[in-house]
Ligand binder design. Structure first.
Ligand code: NAD
Length: 347
C-alpha cells in the first residue's frame, strides 16, 4: 500500500479523514470531512471497486471538497464530506454491511451526514438509518429528481438569458443526453416552456416516451454530441466533456444535471475558447443537495422551491464573473464558493 497522505494536505486544507475496518463483513469505509465551517458535512456514500486504498482516499478527499463548494453555492448551512466504501468482491450480508457503516457514521456524532450515491441505494440508506439519524435520501423523503430537474431548468434559463439575452425558451433547441429520472423531468419542463427537444438514451423505452409525450426527435448515442442545437444538456454520466467529444460539439450552451461532466480541468478552457457557455455541474444540479438538506438544516420543504430559484441568480453571477475575469465559468465557480464561505463565517 502506498498512501500519499502528505500530498492530500494541500487539497484538503484542514479536513479530516476517518477510516473503519470490519473484517467479518469485508467493510473498509472511508469518511472524508473537508469542511464543517458552514454546518455538518454532507455527502453521498459511494460503493465502488477501487484498485487501491490510495485511489479510494483520493476519491473521498476530492469529492468531499467538491461537496463543500456545492453546499456553499446552494446557500446551505452544510459543509462538505464524502463516504467511500471499498467494495469487496462480494458483499455476503448487505444489510449487516450497511448497518456497520451506519454505526461508523453515528460514531462521528453528526459531523457527517451520508446520502445515496453511485453504488448505494435507498434500501442501503434505510439499513444505515437503523443505526444513525445522520442519513439523508430516506424513502420517506421522496425522489430528489424533480427538484434537481427544476434547478437545471432554471440554470438553462439563466444561461439562455446570458448568451442570447432572451427571457423565454420558446423555440430553443435543447439536446438531452440521458432521459432517466432527471432527464425526463427536465424534458417535460422544457417542452412545457416551448423548447424543441432532441434526445438520446441507451434505454430505448425512455427515448420512446419522450418522442410520444414531447414530440422529441430521437438520435443515436454518439450523434448527440454533434447535434446543431442551442443547449446541450448532459443528464447521463460523468466525464462526457473530453478531448474527443468537445471538438464535435455544435451548441452554444452546455447545461445539464450529470455530475463531473468535465473529464479534465483543461476541458473547461477548451469550451471557453470555443465560445461555448458552460454551466458548472455542481451549481446547476445543486437542487439535489438542497433536497437532502431538509431535516438537517433550517431549510423546510415549503422553502425548497424558493431556494432552487436561487440557482438562476448564482448561475448569472458566475457567468458575469467569467466575462469580467475572462476565464471559464468552471474556474470562477470555486472563487464564488470560497467567497461565500468566507462571508458566512465572518458574519
Ligand atoms: P438515471 O439513472 O435515472 O438516468 C440516467 C439515464 O442516462 C438513464 O436513462 C440511462 O439509461 C442513461 N444513460 C446511461 N448511459 C448513457 C449513454 N452512454 N448515453 C445515453 N444515455 C445514457 O439517473 P438520474 O438520477 O437521472 O441522474 C442523471 C445524472 O444527474 C447523473 O450523473 C447523476 O449523478 C446526476 N444527478 C442526479 C441528481 C438526482 O436528483 N437524481 C442530483 C444531482 C446530480
Amino acid at each position: 500500500m502506498n498512501i500519499k497522505l502528505p500530498e492530500y494536505v494541500d487539497t484538503f486544507d484542514d479536513g479530516e479523514l476517518h477510516i473503519k475496518f470490519d473484517p467479518k463483513l469485508d467493510l473498509i469505509a472511508i469518511i472524508a470531512i473537508h469542511s464543517t465551517q458552514l454546518g455538518p458535512s454532507l455527502g453521498g456514500c459511494r460503493l465502488h471497486h477501487y484498485s487501491s486504498m490510495d485511489d479510494a482516499i483520493y476519491d473521498a478527499v476530492r469529492l468531499a471538497k467538491g461537496m463543500t463548494y456545492k453546499a456553499a453555492l446552494a446557500h446551505l448551512e452544510l459543509g462538505g464530506g464524502k463516504s467511500v466504501l471499498l467494495a469487496p468482491e462480494k458483499i455476503t450480508d448487505r444489510k449487516a454491511y450497511f448497518e456497520a457503516f451506519g454505526r461508523f457514521v453515528e460514531d462521528l456524532g453528526g459531523r457527517h451526514i451520508t446520502a445515496v450515491d453511485s453504488g448505494s441505494n435507498i434500501d442501503d440508506m434505510e439499513n444505515i438509518a437503523t443505526q444513525t439519524r445522520y442519513v439523508a435520501s430516506r424513502r420517506s423523503n421522496g425522489s430528489p429528481s424533480p427538484y434537481t430537474a427544476h434547478g437545471v431548468f432554471r440554470g438553462i434559463q439563466a444561461a439562455v438569458k446570458h448568451k442570447f439575452h432572451r427571457d423565454n425558451l420558446d423555440g430553443m433547441h435543447v439536446a438531452i443526453q440521458g432521459v432517466g429520472s432527471v432527464g425526463y423531468d427536465l424534458a417535460k419542463e422544457l417542452h412545457a416552456a416551448g423548447a424543441r427537444l432532441t434526445v438520446t438514451d441507451i434505454n430505448q423505452a425512455a427515448v420512446a416516451t419522450c418522442v410520444a409525450e414531447f414530440g422529441a426527435t430521437a438520435v443515436n448515442n454518439d450523434e448527440i454530441f454533434s447535434q446543431a442545437c442551442d443547449v446541450f444538456a448532459p443528464c447521463a454520466m460523468g466525464a462526457i466533456l473530453n478531448d474527443v467529444t468537445i471538438p464535435k460539439l455544435n451548441c452554444d450552451i452546455i447545461a445539464g444535471a450529470a455530475n463531473n461532466q468535465l473529464a479534465h480541468d483543461h476541458n473547461a478552457d477548451q469550451l471557453y475558447e470555443r465560445g461555448i457557455l458552460y454551466a458548472p455541474d455542481y451549481v446547476i444540479n445543486g437542487a439535489g443537495v438542497m433536497h437532502c438538506a431538509v431535516g438537517f438544516t433550517s431549510l423546510t420543504y415549503e422553502q425548497l422551491h424558493s431556494k432552487i430559484e436561487l440557482i438562476y441568480d448564482t448561475m448569472t453571477e458566475i457567468f458575469q464573473l467569467s466575462d469580467t475575469e475572462k476565464t471559464s465559468p468552471a474556474h470562477v465557480t470555486d472563487i464564488v464558493a470560497q467567497e461565500r464561505i468566507a462571508k458566512a463565517t465572518t458574519e
